[in-house]
Design a protein around this ligand. Structure first.
Ligand code: GUN
Length: 292
């Protein structure tokens, strides 16, 4: 069993970006600038967004954090996005999800200029991704998983990949990317969800499993065949008084019992999480290079 170390892989990707940015700066070119919008006080969202902003700082990107109160109006948020769309100094825009119930996510996502949509959630980028166009922004988590497979030279051609979870942010884009006619793709893909029958039997046929359903410890050892590659996207917060923060993070995989059967497995934390941020930074860098 080999750990797919997302922390280490992300570090190497971020180091390369840092060098590329420094080189741009010495030749007088613009450095990437990410604008991140947070609405409300959701603890997990606050953690994610500060980690994105901190990473920008660490690798020499500019960043602007815009924080709105929970009760901000839809109009005010859309006006801010419009300002950022027109601001020549800004390369990438992200709005941390989920949003409060009174703001329609679809409208907010569609307000972001596709050329600055570094989360890759805009229908134009989703469409380009499905068509396999190279200039599409790929949603950060699936893109991070593809980079993790690539950097660790995990074989994917002809393999049966089973994805559990059909979210627009992870499961569905993951199913498209793994079926692409390029490395790391060329998989035969099965997309499972809450209505799937015989999920255990399907998982047992998988060479690669991506667990992205948000149920802690869902994937058990009797659902995994020997030698499988297991990617755990789960990041559920579980109350834990022994931790300073008051919680620990649980993945969708029963790691302790599943790991011994795997050829490769991602840990939680330190697997997919850091890769998501590295992928977002790659998208932001690309947005900057494309525009300048
Ligand atoms: N919420 C959960 N994942 C994501 C993500 O990748 N981007 C944004 N903006 N919000 C999220």
């Amino acid at each position: 069993m080999q750990l797919l170390d997302g922390k280490k892989t992300a570090k190497s990707i971020l180091n390369t970006l840092k060098i590329d940015v420094a080189q741009r700066a010495t030749t007088g070119k613009k450095v990437p600038h990410l604008a991140a919008i947070l609405v409300g006080t959701n603890g997990a969202s606050q953690t994610y967004i500060s980690s994105k902003v901190k990473t920008c700082h660490d690798i020499g990107f500019r960043s602007t954090l815009i924080h709105f109160e929970e009760d901000v109006s839809e109009l005010k948020l859309l006006e801010k996005i419009e300002d950022l769309n027109e601001d020549m100094a800004v390369d990438g825009i992200l709005v941390q999800l989920p949003l409060p119930a009174h703001i329609p996510e679809k409208k907010v996502i569609e307000a972001i200029a596709p050329s600055k949509d570094v989360d890759g959630f805009h229908p134009e980028n989703i469409g380009r991704m499905i068509l396999g166009e190279e200039d599409a922004f790929i949603p950060a988590t699936p893109y991070g998983i593809m980079l993790l497979l690539e950097h660790n030279r995990v074989a994917t051609k002809g393999k049966h990949a089973v994805i559990i979870g059909r979210s627009n942010i992870v499961g569905r884009p993951m199913s498209i990317l793994l079926s692409n006619n390029s490395y790391p793709g060329n998989c035969t893909v099965t997309l499972c969800h809450s209505k799937t029958e015989n999920i255990k039997e399907i998982c047992l046929q998988a060479d690669i499993i991506v667990a992205a359903l948000g149920i802690p410890g869902f994937l058990k050892e009797d659902m995994v065949k020997n030698g499988a590659v297991v990617i755990d996207v789960g990041i559920t917060r579980i109350e834990d008084e022994s931790k300073k923060s008051g919680y620990s993070i649980s993945g969708d995989v029963d790691f302790e019992n599943v790991a011994p059967k795997c050829s490769y497995i991602t840990p939680v934390p330190g697997g997919v999480g850091p890769m998501t941020i590295a992928a977002l930074m790659k998208n932001t860098y690309k947005a900057c290079v494309d525009r300048n």
